[in-house]
Ligand binder design. Sequence first.
Ligand SMILES: Nc1ncnc2c1ncn2[C@@H]1O[C@H](COP(=O)(O)OP(=O)(O)OP(=O)(O)O)[C@@H](O)[C@H]1O
Length: 639
Amino acid sequence: MRTEPTPRAVLAARKQFFLQGRAEGPLVASALSEPILRSWQRCAARGLDSAALPRLEPLTSRELREVSERHERLRRLCRPEIESLYADAMQTGCVVILTDDEGLILDALGHADFAARAAQVALRPGVFWGESSTGTNAVGTALVEGLPIAVHGGEHYYDPHGILSCSAAPIIDPYGRTVGALDLSGPAAVDHRHALGLVRLAVEQIEHRFFDEDFGGRRVLRFQADRALLGTAREGVLVFEDDRLVAASRTGLDLVGAGWSALGVLRAGELFEGLPRADSAAHVLRGPDGRELYCRLDPPAGPSGSTAGLRLPPPPRHEERPREEGPLLRPADRDMVARAVRMVEADVPVLIIGETGTGKEMVAHDIHRRTGRAGGPFVAVNCAAIPETLIEAELFGYEDGAFTGARRHGRKGLLREAEGGVLFLDEIGDMPLPLQSRLLRVLQEREVAPLGGGKPVKVDFALVCATHRDLRTLAEAGGFRSDLYFRVAHYTLELSPLRAFDDRAATIAHLWRRLVPDERLSLAPDCLDRLATYGWPGNFRQLAGTLRALAALADPFRPVGPDMLPPEIRGADTRATDWRTLASSSASLHSRAAPPESLDTLTVEAMRRMLDACGGNVSQAARRLGINRSTLYRRLLNA
Ligand SMILES: Nc1ncnc2c1ncn2[C@@H]1O[C@H](COP(=O)(O)OP(=O)(O)OP(=O)(O)O)[C@@H](O)[C@H]1O
């Protein structure tokens, strides 16, 4: 076991690292633990000057209030542990600190004497203690490393922080997301040997408390090898949706030998022989390693559960393994979408921009699914598709008899239908100007007044807008209200066109598997190459359409070759056998056809004529011929 380095050894390591620039020096290696050394190296690589004062930009009290409100749920969950650590902090002259996932201090509670000294180094609410700005410190480094960590005196990167001794642990939610950190900090001169243990225990309790919340009918399995630990924070917890593992505690994953990447992937049957009945009795299960585990399956919480009103998000998507129905994204776009989810959680409007078919609506759906508003509606309005005369009534609703043609009992309007969920305004750039003013008022006042003089009604929805137009330029040219622009474009997420994907072939292969589950059908490598080099002006929409058409043409165990691609994708190759060519170049097919007297030829001829008559629309032609589409494709191709 590594012994604690003496302050003198740490000082020598500092000299070697900072003054002599010897990051690998022997004194450095012997005095510092690996996480601390890694952190110093990260900070040095970032150009932080250890002798300077860290640059701090505390939030204003208003900003801090807003952030605190946003983290109300976390703060509430942590309160009992903060209070019990506070009792300890009062005795040992420490402060207890809760931060968000970026190291922003939300709460600091503790001994007044030390709190005053801590404030000198800005260890107070509203200040970021993330490692990238504040250097090596327990909170920031624990968040980066994903581990509980203690940072004593001179192990801090910045010299002025040498007066501190801090112990922190990241808080991880049931979906494997780091949501904050808990820290106990005190003067460096005092021995805080037990601080890290106390913080770890407190975080274990907090993480266990996440499972008191309503998992919306999912099955919650609690288990432990030691029966006495069942029902305590030391029990493991796994949550299953149908049979699939969707959430877990760290202990739960450790007990079955899995990691966070198992979420959304592992099935109950791969871990246990079967789950017990949902009741309060303890049952015995055999774990994956054959060990006996005592367990209990919680009965699903009803709508009137004690935690009703709390919105627990659905399982997040595990980014390295895109969920089958989610959008395929470039890594940078994935990060932007993850940030957009947090914006929507904080009721900040999100604007999605991107070329047609890049998945703006799909991403909006995905954002909705990943927020606490997933249980509420997703209401999509295409501002370009609704006639200008109707859009106002559609959006804002109307009272009984508000205008000629209005429904008898009035209409609620789409804004109110989005209550509790997400309103998606697609093609917002096409919204008529007068309506923009009304929408702006709704967003400012958070209430809707229906047409016909109805009483204003409070509304609660998160707003996601999309456009393929350059909204800023449109606003500058007067085609879009600038004040509305600034309201809806607080956070802008730009989706990449398909041609900008570095791994186009892999992306296309992935989409193929998703759209074509029949494993017997496949794309030949040279076909995939052609698909990957094409420019895809219609982006994913065009690609998905093309892949579906190729699947209809494909035969089991005969990979689809490039000859089946439409000419513009196939490039110079003119040996066309795809559906469009089938409809238009009957001459070339004629030359390959069998003698005219053959029944087969007549059939194919009839098919071809029908296809021509339907303007190349295969579905329509097949319907009118009374055969299915794949038969039509196949017969024409084999002719
Ligand atoms: N990123 C993606 N991953 C997988 N499929 C996608 C993606 N983006 C789009 N698609 C496919 O393309 C179709 C169109 O997507 P969507 O309507 O979300 O695009 P859009 O950008 O909103 O288009 P438009 O601007 O024309 O309205 C979807 O139904 C889906 O089949």
